[in-house]
Design a protein around this ligand. Structure first.
Ligand code: NAD
Length: 498
C-alpha cells in the first residue's frame, strides 16, 4: 500500500509540473482516494477541421511516387514498386548521392525512366516534396525524420506513407493527425506485419467469430539487433550514422511497438468499435548492449562506457474501452529467436504465431461454418493437417487477391509487397486505405507513453483518442475492394463509403 501512496505523491508532483491533468481516480484499500492516471492534454481541432475516418480521395490513374531514405529499407521499397501496376517512380532522395544513384540505376537497368535526384544534406527532401508531379511521398529514413517530412509533404499536397514508427512522441502523433485532417491527405504508416499471411488469416477468423469474443491479445518485437546497432560505417548491415543505436541510447520504453501492436489492434478493432484507454509499462535495466559493446570494442571503448537508457526488455499492458487487454513486448538486445508473438485468445479459441504457429478451438467454435472440423478442443492445438486446412479456408481476401504475386516479389516473405500493392490499389481506385492516420498515431504513441509510464514508476498513462470522439463510428477493420474485385473474390462487402 505504501508503494501506491509513494507513487501517487510522486505523480502528483510530476503531474503538476508536466501534465495537464491527472485523470481517473481509484480508492486505495485504506479508503483514501488517489488519482493515479497520467493524462496528456488533447489539442482542440481548429474551426472547420473534421476527422478523416474512411477518407476517400480522387482516384489516381498512375501514382507518381517519390522516395526519401534509400538505405536498407528504402532501396528495397523502390525495387518492390517496380512490380506494382500503375506506378511511376519520379523522384529519389537521400543524404548520400551514391544511394540515390544506385536506386536510379536499378530503375534504368530494368527499363524504367530515370527519376529526379535529390541528395547532399538532410534538407534535400524539401525540394522533392514540393515537386508538383508527385502524388505520394514514401518515407524510409531513420525515425526522427518521419514526422517532419510527412507533415511538410501533406502541406505540399501529397499523400504520405511513413515507415514504422510514424512518430516518436505524442506531440508528433498529434501533428500527423492535425495535418492529415486539415489537408485531407492520406497518411498511412507502413506497418507491414498486418499483411503477413498468418496475421491476416487470424484477423479473418476473429471477424468470423472463430475465437468467440476475443478477450486478450499479445504482440511483440523480439529481434536481436545488436550486430546491426553496433555496426559502424562500412560494416555490413549498418544503419546510416548509427541512428538506431543513438535512439537506444537516448530513449527508453517500447520505441518500436508497431509490428506487434498492428495486427492485434486490427483484431480488436481499435478506433473501429474499441479503443485503447490506459497502459502501464515496465522495463528491465540495460545489460545486453554494454555486454555486447565490451565484447566487440573492448572494456574501455566509448561504446562500452556509454550509458544506454534503453532497458533490455520492455513489457506494456493496455486495457481497452471494451474491457480487453493487450500485451506488447520489445527486446532488441537479447539473443533469442525472432518473435512477434501474435497471440489471440478468445472465449472459444486461441491462436499464436511464435514460436510454432498453432490454433486451438472449442468444439462449439464456428470453425468452418458448415465445414466438417472434427476433434476440436480448447485444451490442445489442432493437428498440423487441420491447421493447414484452417489456414486455407480462412485465407484473407487480400492474400487471395495479391498473395501469389507477393511471393514472387518478396520482402519479408511477401508481406511488404502486399502492403505496397494495397496502398497503390486503394489510391488508384479512390478507396479508403486499409490503415489511416489514426492507426499511425495510436500505434506510434506507445513510444512516448511507455517511456512516460516507465519514468514515473510504471504509472498508468491514458492513451489519447486520436479520433477525438469518433472511435466507435466504424465497425471493425475493413479492406476496400472495387465492386468487380469484390465479386471476383466472392465478397458481399464492397468498399465502405462515409
Ligand atoms: N517495416 C519493416 O519491416 C522495417 C524493416 C526495416 C526498417 N524499417 C524502417 O525503415 C526505416 C529505415 O530503416 P533502414 O534499416 O533502411 O535504415 P538505414 O540507415 O539503412 O537507411 C536510412 C536512410 O535514410 C537516409 N536519411 C536519413 N535522414 C535523411 C534525410 N533527412 N533526408 C534524406 N535521407 C535521409 C540515410 O542516409 C539512409 O540512407 C526506419 O524507419 C526503420 O524503422 C522498417
Amino acid at each position: 500500500m505504501k508503494i501506491k501512496l509513494v507513487l501517487c505523491s510522486l505523480l502528483a508532483f510530476t503531474a503538476a509540473v508536466t501534465f495537464q491533468s491527472c485523470g481517473s481516480s481509484a480508492a486505495s484499500s485504506d479508503g483514501q482516494k488517489t488519482s493515479n492516471v497520467i493524462e496528456l492534454p488533447v489539442p482542440a481541432r481548429e474551426p472547420g477541421q473534421t476527422d478523416v475516418l474512411n477518407l476517400v480521395t480522387d482516384p489516381i490513374d498512375t501514382v507518381h511516387v517519390a522516395f526519401v531514405g534509400l538505405g536498407m529499407r528504402g532501396s528495397d521499397a523502390v525495387r518492390r514498386y517496380t512490380h506494382i501496376p500503375g506506378v511511376k517512380i519520379v523522384a529519389l532522395c537521400d543524404v548520400y548521392e551514391d544511394r540515390v544513384k544506385a536506386s536510379n540505376k536499378m530503375l534504368q537497368d530494368n527499363g524504367f525512366p530515370a527519376a529526379q535526384e535529390y541528395f547532399g544534406d538532410t534538407a534535400a527532401w524539401r525540394k522533392m516534396v514540393a515537386q508538383p508531379d508527385v502524388d505520394l511521398v514514401y518515407i524510409t529514413t531513420g525515425w526522427d525524420w518521419h514526422t517532419p517530412i510527412a507533415v511538410q509533404a501533406m502541406k505540399d499536397g501529397k499523400h504520405v506513407a511513413i515507415e514504422v514508427p510514424a512518430a516518436m512522441t505524442v506531440d508528433e502523433c498529434w501533428e500527423l493527425v492535425n495535418t492529415a485532417e486539415k489537408t485531407r491527405k492520406h497518411c498511412m504508416m507502413l506497418e507491414n506485419c498486418v499483411y503477413d499471411n498468418f496475421e491476416m488469416a487470424t484477423l479473418n477468423m476473429a471477424q468470423k467469430g472463430l475465437f468467440g469474443e476475443v478477450v486478450h491479445v499479445e504482440g511483440a518485437y523480439l529481434h536481436d539487433l545488436r550486430s546491426m546497432n553496433f555496426a559502424e560505417e562500412g560494416e555490413p548491415g549498418h544503419y546510416a550514422d548509427m541512428w538506431r543505436l543513438k535512439q537506444n541510447t537516448k530513449r527508453t520504453g517500447d520505441i518500436y511497438p508497431t509490428h506487434g501492436l498492428g495486427p492485434i489492434s486490427q483484431i480488436l478493432g481499435i478506433h473501429r468499435g474499441d479503443k485503447m484507454n490506459t497502459l502501464v509499462s515496465m522495463n528491465t535495466d540495460e545489460f545486453g548492449m554494454t555486454e555486447y559493446a565490451k565484447k566487440k570494442f573492448g572494456d574501455t571503448s566509448v561504446y562500452a562506457k556509454t550509458p544506454y537508457k534503453m532497458g533490455d526488455h520492455t513489457t506494456t499492458l493496455i486495457r481497452t474501452e471494451n474491457g480487453k487487454t493487450m500485451m506488447v513486448q520489445h527486446d532488441v538486445t537479447s539473443p533469442r529467436p525472432y518473435s512477434r508473438i501474435h497471440q489471440v485468445s478468445g472465449t472459444k479459441g486461441f491462436a499464436q504465431k511464435y514460436p510454432v504457429a498453432s490454433i486451438a478451438l472449442e468444439t462449439d467454435s464456428t470453425a468452418g461454418q458448415g465445414a466438417d472440423y472434427q476433434n476440436l478442443s480448447g485444451h490442445s492445438a489442432v493437428s498440423r493437417e487441420m491447421f493447414d486446412r484452417l489456414m486455407e479456408d480462412y485465407r484473407h481476401p487480400v492474400i487471395r487477391q495479391v498473395g501469389a504475386l507477393a511471393q514472387e516479389v518478396g520482402g519479408h516473405g511477401g508481406m511488404d509487397f502486399v502492403m505496397d500493392y494495397r496502398l497503390i490499389y486503394c489510391l488508384r481506385n479512390g478507396l479508403p486505405l486499409d490503415m489511416d492516420v489514426y492507426d499511425a498515431a495510436e500505434m506510434s504513441c506507445l513510444t512516448g507513453l511507455s517511456e512516460l509510464s516507465i519514468e514515473n514508476g510504471s504509472a498508468p498513462v491514458a492513451i489519447p483518442d486520436f479520433t477525438r470522439g469518433a472511435w466507435n463510428r466504424l465497425k471493425g477493420q475493413s479492406h476496400a475492394f472495387t465492386p468487380e474485385d469484390a465479386q471476383a473474390l466472392g465478397l458481399d462487402i464492397v468498399a465502405a463509403e462515409e
